[in-house]
Design a protein around this ligand. Structure first.
Ligand SMILES: [Zn+2]
Length: 222
């Protein structure tokens, strides 16, 4: 049977067929998402091996994963850096090694593993933007609250004596650890700097300095 409503609306729109949200989305963003996919694919091809090695090293620093066999950590590292999906590691997989964990806690643990591994791409992206330093943003992360607005060099992780996270055995970057919600925010312009006296992590210590002194380390754009 004919649906008159659809026929009339087609005529009124000069015979343009009605689009569902998926068609409309693809028409507006199809090319962009294809480009994004190509960029991601290229990134994985260029840096995938290095990313996996980095992520595997980092997972071995996480005390909460010490009961997970190394070959599994290596496999998780590879899977997490080569995907950006939410549930790359399932709750069921986590519960093989943590049988008593609730589904909710297994989800948090899986997310902690993924985020720790994917920190590699945050560092990589900052380097590609020629950032020398980044701002450690931790306003949403209770574990690393003390790190908020500290300026850190992109080339070296922050010493564990400064981060003071009992669950991590070595130096680390924002985004790593159990339930870390920190953000690595690259410093590209003078506008990215926080207000007041700056706290800059260098040579294993936090140095307090004014903007002029910092510009000698990193002459940022206006
Ligand atoms: Zn954190």
């Amino acid at each position: 049977m004919f649906n008159l409503k659809i026929i009339f609306s087609s005529i009124l729109r000069k015979n343009k067929p009605t689009k569902n949200w998926e068609e409309a989305f693809n028409e507006s963003y199809g090319d962009i998402s294809l480009d994004m996919w190509r960029i991601l694919h290229l990134k994985y091809l260029l840096h995938g091996k290095k990313a996996t090695k980095w992520a595997y090293t980092e997972l071995q620093k996480m005390k909460f994963l010490e009961h997970v066999p190394k070959r599994i950590l290596r496999e998780w590292a590879k899977r997490c850096v080569l995907s950006n999906e939410r549930e790359t590691i399932s709750c069921e997989e986590i519960r093989i090694y943590f049988p008593g964990l609730t589904k909710k806690d297994a989800k948090y643990l899986a997310a902690s593993v993924s985020n720790t591994c994917r920190t590699f791409w945050d560092i990589q992206q900052a380097k590609e933007c020629d950032a020398k330093f980044y701002l450690w943003k931790s306003s949403a992360c209770p574990t690393h609250k003390r790190m908020n607005n500290i300026i850190c060099p992109i080339d070296e992780p922050v010493s564990k004596s400064i981060v003071k996270d009992d669950m991590i055995t070595g130096d680390s970057y924002p985004g790593e650890g159990y339930r870390c919600l920190c953000i690595l925010s690259p410093l590209l312009s003078k506008l990215d700097l926080p207000n007041g006296k700056l706290r800059v992590y260098m040579d294993g210590e936090i140095h307090r300095m004014g903007r002029k002194q910092f510009y000698q380390l990193d002459p940022l754009d206006e």
